[in-house]
Design a protein around this ligand. Structure first.
Ligand code: IVH
Length: 727
C-alpha cells in the first residue's frame, strides 16, 4: 500500500476526466515509425561527421572541417532534431550544450575503487620502489610505461554499448559524484566510442584526468572578476570548480579538456577473452582506437635509466605544455604482473608517482598591499624583490586573504619562499627565516577600513574574503559604473570603460544615481575628451532609455556581491520594488528558493550601509523605480508547493521549459530525486532518476499527465492508489 502525500493531493482535488488534447499529444508521441528515412539517415550522417570532426580537432589536433563547415553541420542537425524531436538522443553532439541546473550530485559507488599513488621524489626513491616490485615478482626486470602526471582531477566514465552513460568524480575513491551532465560538455570526451560491438565491450569504464588548459585560465579568471566572483587560485581548482557546477550550461562555457590513462571496470569480456589487452600499453591503444584522447608523451621503457631520462625530459618540456603536470607516473606494463603485485593500503605496488620538486625561490617581501575589486573584495598581495621562479620573473605574488597572512605571519621585510602554484599565479608560501627579522619588525595589520574610502570592512564568518561594502568607494566605483551600464545590466551604451573613468574623476558622477542627473550637465559633458555633441546626445538618450529596464536588471546592475542575474530575478519577483528589496529581512530572503544564508547575509549587510540606503532612495526620487508586476502564481494551483524532478527527453518542450512552468505555478523543480520529491516527470530515455524514483516510491508521471497537471490543474493519481485503503 502506498502512503504518500501525492495521494492526499489527489483526494483533495476532484479528478476531472482526462482532457481531450491528450489524444493529439499521443499522436505526436508515436512518430518514431513515421519519421522519414532520409531524416534519420541525414541526422546519423551529420552526427558521424561532427563526431569525427570533433575527434580530429580536440583529440588528434588535426582539424578537418573549418569552423564554418562545422557550424553548418551543427545548425542543420539542431534544426533536424528540433523538427523531429523523436530522433534526439543523448549521444548526439547537440547535447554538449548542457542540461538544466541540478540541485546536487547523485552519489556513485565505483565498481572498482579509484586509488591513489605512492610518491617518490628522487632517483633513489624510484630505484627502491622498482627493486621492491621486482623482488616481489622474483624478476630481473619488467617493462614499464611512463606517463605525465596531469595536475587535474580524476574521472571515471562508463560507456554502455559504446554510449556514454555516466561520469563520476573520484570522491573518496569508493564513492564519487555523478557529474555526467557536466562531462558531456567536454569536447574531447567522446559521447559515443568509435567502433562497433566487435571491438568495444558492452560496458567499459575509461579513467583519466580532466583539466583546464593553462592558456584558458587567465581569461576565465578575468571573466569571474568581472562578474564579481572570486578568482580561482590555479587551473586545477578551476577545473574542479568547473566540473562541479550545478548548472551544466555553465560548465559548457569552460574549456575543459581530458586525457585518459586507464581502463577501469569492463563487463561482457571474460577474463580470458582475447580482446582484452595484455598490458597497459595495450589498454591505452584500445582507448585511442575508441576515440579517447591519450597523452602523446607516453612511453614504454625497459630500464631505470630510461625512466630517469623520461623524467628529465618531462621537467624540460613542462613549461611549454598547456596543462599543469606535477610529476611522472611510472606503471609496470604487464597487466598480469600488475594483478600479482596488487596493493599496499590504498596505493598500488605496480605504479608510482615521481613528483617534481615545487618550483620555489626565496626573496624579500618588500611590502604588503591591498587591492579593492568591483564588489569590494580586498585582495592582499606582496610586492617582492623580483626573482626568477621556473623561468619567469616574479615581482608580485598573492597573499590570498587576511586569514592566510595572519596564519603565516607574513611581514614587510621578511625573507620569504615563493612558488608558482599550478605554474600560474605566484604565491607566497612561508617566511623562510623568522629568526632573522629585525627588531622593529611588526606583525602586519590587515586594514579594518577600506584603503580607498575608509569604510569599515566586513568579513562574514564562512567567507575568507574581506570586503568593503560601500558602493560609493572610489576604488570600486569606476568598475561599478561600468558594470551598471553594461548590456546585461542597465544597458547604457556609451558609458564604457573610458567614460566610466572620466565621469568620477572629473567629479560629474560620485554616485550611481548621478548618472540620472547628467542631462543637467550637458555642457560639462561636452568638455570631456573625445565627446562631441552626437556622442553626448547618444549617451544621454541611452541613460534616459535605461529608466525602463526591469527591476531585475536594476538589482543586478547594483553589483551586490552574490547577486547574479538569476537571483536578481528572484528578488524582483518576491519583493516587487526597490524599497521592498531594501527592507527585506534575512528571514524573508532565506525563504526564497535559491537564496542561501551567505547571499541573504550579504544583502542585509549591503542594505544596512547608509550610503547604499541613500542610493536606493535617490534612485526612487529620480524616478528610477521599476515595479515588477509579474502575476503571482495562483496559490490554489495544485502544483504550488509541490516538488518535481524532470528527467529524460520531453516531446513538446525542453526540460528547462518544464521547470520554468513548474516554478511559475509556485512549484519547485529540483535536480535529484529524494524522499521529498513529489513527482518525477519522466520523458523518453529516463535513466537513473527514474530508477531511483521507483525505488523511493515517488509518483512517476509522463509528459501528457504533466501537461494536464499544469494546464488543467489536475493532480494525476496513481492507478495503483485507487484501490488503496487510503482513498
Ligand atoms: S594512474 C592506481 N596515471 O594522480 C593508479 N594517475 O595521485 C591510478 N593522475 O588520482 C592513477 N595523471 O587523478 C594515473 N597518468 C596518470 C595520471 C594520474 C594524473 C592523478 C590521478 C590520481 C592521482 C594519484
Amino acid at each position: 500500500m502506498h502512503h504518500s502525500n501525492q495521494l492526499t493531493l489527489a483526494v483533495d482535488t476532484k479528478i476531472p476526466p482526462v482532457p481531450h488534447q491528450d489524444k493529439n499529444l499521443q499522436m505526436q508521441f508515436d512518430t518514431d515509425s513515421s519519421t522519414p528515412d532520409d531524416v534519420v539517415a541525414r541526422a546519423a550522417q551529420l552526427r558521424d561527421e561532427i563526431n569525427r570532426a570533433n575527434r580530429l580537432y580536440y583529440v588528434e589536433n588535426a582539424p578537418e572541417l573549418d569552423d564554418a563547415e562545422w557550424d553548418g553541420r551543427m545548425q542543420e542537425l539542431l534544426a533536424l532534431e528540433a523538427a523531429h524531436p523523436e530522433i534526439q538522443s543523448p549521444d548526439s553532439p547537440t547535447q554538449r550544450v548542457g542540461a538544466p541546473p541540478s540541485s546536487g550530485f547523485d552519489e556513485v559507488v565505483h565498481p572498482i575503487p579509484m586509488l591513489s599513488l605512492g610518491n617518490v621524489f628522487d632517483e633513489e626513491g624510484f630505484r627502491a620502489w622498482y627493486k621492491r616490485a621486482l623482488d616481489f615478482l622474483e624478476l630481473e626486470s619488467a617493462p614499464m610505461v611512463c606517463e605525465l602526471k596531469i595536475d587535474g582531477l580524476a574521472l571515471a566514465i562508463t560507456y554502455r554499448d559504446g554510449v556514454m552513460e555516466r561520469a563520476a568524480t573520484r570522491g573518496d575513491g569508493e564513492r564519487g559524484e555523478d557529474v555526467t551532465d557536466n562531462v558531456r560538455t567536454i569536447r574531447s570526451v567522446p559521447l559515443r566510442l568509435a567502433g562497433d560491438s566487435e571491438i568495444i565491450p558492452p560496458v567499459v569504464e575509461l579513467r583519466g584526468e580532466v583539466f583546464l588548459p593553462n592558456s584558458k585560465f587567465a581569461a576565465l579568471n578575468a571573466e569571474r572578476e568581472e562578474a564579481g566572483l572570486p578568482a580561482y587560485v590555479n587551473p586545477r581548482n578551476s577545473a574542479s570548480g568547473s566540473l562541479r557546477q550545478l548548472d551544466s550550461t555553465e560548465t559548457a562555457k569552460r574549456p575543459l579538456d581530458m586525457f585518459f590513462y586507464a581502463l577501469g571496470y569492463i563487463d561482457g569480456w571474460d577474463a580470458d577473452d582475447t580482446k582484452r589487452p595484455q598490458n597497459h600499453s595495450g589498454s591505452l591503444e584500445k582507448i585511442e582506437a575508441w576515440g579517447g584522447r591519450v597523452n602523446t608523451e607516453t612511453h614504454r621503457v625497459e630500464s631505470v635509466e630510461e625512466v630517469m631520462d623520461y623524467i628529465a625530459n618531462a621537467g624540460e618540456i613542462r613549461e611549454s605544455l598547456d596543462y599543469g603536470i606535477d610529476g611522472v607516473v611510472i606503471k609496470i606494463d604487464d597487466l598480469s604482473l600488475q594483478s600479482r603485485l596488487g596493493f599496499v593500503g590504498r596505493d598500488p605496488r605496480w605504479a608510482i608517482a615521481y613528483k617534481f620538486p615545487a618550483e620555489q625561490a626565496e626573496t624579500t617581501l618588500k611590502a604588503i598591499h591591498v587591492n579593492v575589486g568591483r564588489t569590494g573584495a580586498l585582495t592582499p598581495w606582496a610586492e617582492l624583490d623580483p626573482v626568477v621562479v621556473g623561468g619567469v620573473t616574479v615581482g608580485r605574488a598573492t597573499l590570498h586573504n587576511k586569514d592566510e597572512i595572519a596564519r603565516k605571519d607574513f611581514r614587510a621585510g621578511d625573507r620569504v619562499v615563493i612558488q608558482r602554484a599550478g605554474d600560474v599565479i605566484p604565491q607566497v608560501v612561508e617566511v623562510s627565516a623568522k629568526n632573522e627579522r629585525s627588531a622593529d619588525s611588526k606583525a602586519y595589520a590587515f586594514p579594518d577600513n577600506c584603503p580607498s574610502c575608509e569604510t569599515p570592512t566586513v568579513q562574514s564568518e564562512d567567507e575568507a574574503v574581506t570586503r568593503c561594502v560601500n558602493t560609493t568607494c572610489p576604488a570600486q566605483f569606476e568598475r561599478l559604473l561600468e558594470h551598471f551600464s553594461s548590456r546585461v545590466a542597465m544597458d547604457i551604451e556609451g558609458l564604457g570603460e573610458r567614460v566610466a573613468q572620466d565621469l568620477p574623476r572629473l567629479g560629474f558622477v560620485s554616485s550611481i544615481s548621478d548618472i540620472y542627473r547628467l542631462h543637467e550637465r550637458k555642457d560639462d559633458l561636452l568638455e570631456l575628451d573625445k565627446m562631441g555633441e552626437t556622442r553626448v546626445d547618444n549617451l544621454l538618450r541611452a541613460i534616459e532609455n535605461s529608466r525602463s529596464q526591469p527591476l531585475s536588471k536594476l538589482l543586478f546592475a547594483l553589483g551586490i556581491t552574490g547577486i547574479g542575474s538569476e537571483s536578481a530575478e528572484w528578488l524582483s519577483r518576491r519583493f516587487r520594488s526597490l524599497s521592498g528589496v531594501k527592507d527585506a529581512t534575512e528571514e524573508e530572503l532565506l525563504a526564497i528558493d535559491g537564496i542561501g544564508p551567505v547571499v541573504a547575509t550579504t544583502l542585509v549587510e549591503y542594505f544596512a550601509v547608509e550610503q547604499n540606503r541613500q542610493l536606493i532612495d535617490d534612485l526612487i526620487e529620480l524616478g528610477i523605480n521599476p515595479i515588477d508586476n509579474t502575476p503571482e502564481p495562483s496559490a490554489d494551483h495544485p502544483a504550488n508547493g509541490v516538488t518535481f524532478v524532470v528527467t529524460g527527453r520531453l516531446e513538446t518542450m525542453s526540460r528547462s521549459e518544464a521547470q520554468n512552468r513548474i516554478k511559475s505555478l509556485g512549484g519547485k523543480a529540483t535536480g535529484s530525486v529524494t524522499g521529498k520529491t513529489n513527482f518525477l516527470v519522466a520523458g523518453a530515455e529516463a535513466g537513473s532518476k527514474l530508477e531511483k524514483a521507483n525505488r523511493l516510491n515517488v509518483h512517476v508521471i509522463n509528459e501528457t499527465e504533466f501537461i494536464a497537471f499544469m494546464e488543467e490543474s489536475i493532480v494525476p493519481v496513481r492507478p495503483d492508489s485507487l484501490d488503496s485503503a487510503d482513498v
